[in-house]
Write a protein that binds this ligand. Sequence first.
Ligand SMILES: [Zn+2]
Ligand SMILES: [Zn+2]
Length: 294
Amino acid sequence: MLWPHPRIRRARNVELQERVAAVRRETPESDAWLKLLEAALAETEDGAVWETAVPQPGADRPVKAPLLSHTRITLDARATRGWVRRLLTLALPAQARKIDGVALLEAALCHDDARIDALAASGGADPAALRVAGQMALLPLLQACARAFTADVPPAWWEGYCPVCGAWPVVAEYTGLERKRQLRCGRCGVAWAIPLLRCVYCDETHHDHLGYLTPEAGEQTRKIEVCNSCKGYLKAVTTVRSLAPWAILVDDLTTVPLDIAALERGYRRPERPGYALEMQVVEDGGGRWRLWRS
Ligand SMILES: [Zn+2]
Ligand SMILES: [Zn+2]
């Protein structure tokens, strides 16, 4: 099959290619999303431009603030706009040239859905599709930050939200023989451990209020962690080894029936991020400074 947009590179990761091909066969309707994922991961593999954008963690950030909070990111304006344009050509071909790529990246970074919706309205784009594209556009930058920050994650980080980018986890992994619980971020891919009996969203620790939903038959490696205090849920998986960052996203896509099962029972995931990042984003070359809060 010919790749429809020659300027978009394919990811070189063979395991990823095989997994994506399998998901495409099983769920042809996910093809548009998979194309965005493949483009984002190819861009991540070729990530020098993103690695140079990784900031120093904010030294004066509050103790519960993620590492990216109170930082300043300098983006290569040309490379950033070129990348977002290529991605939007896949996601929203008719509107790709009408959306400000840097503004989209900034809004997605800060989980500022209202701003993404405003960009969609001004460009005549579907807001839901633009939110998805915005998160995909962010992957190369956030995954470069997570790789650089691995040694900086505080060992005693017990918050439910990501210690690098402030997002809620998309999955809890129970890994290896110890079945240690670790949470995984779907944006930057980082892993962090918090105690077994503790709600990710509201810090509930009383076992009477915490529980699991499990499939009646079949899949033994899957369950859904639920909290009856805040009605939050989180998908969980038992794995031999930690999922690669890209595999977290594919896993999230292929386990939508678990989300439906949780939603049908009155559980939900919070709409707001775990921690709203407070950052400065700078475009090099133009000298344009902005302070973003979400
Ligand atoms: Zn993260
Ligand atoms: Zn809770």
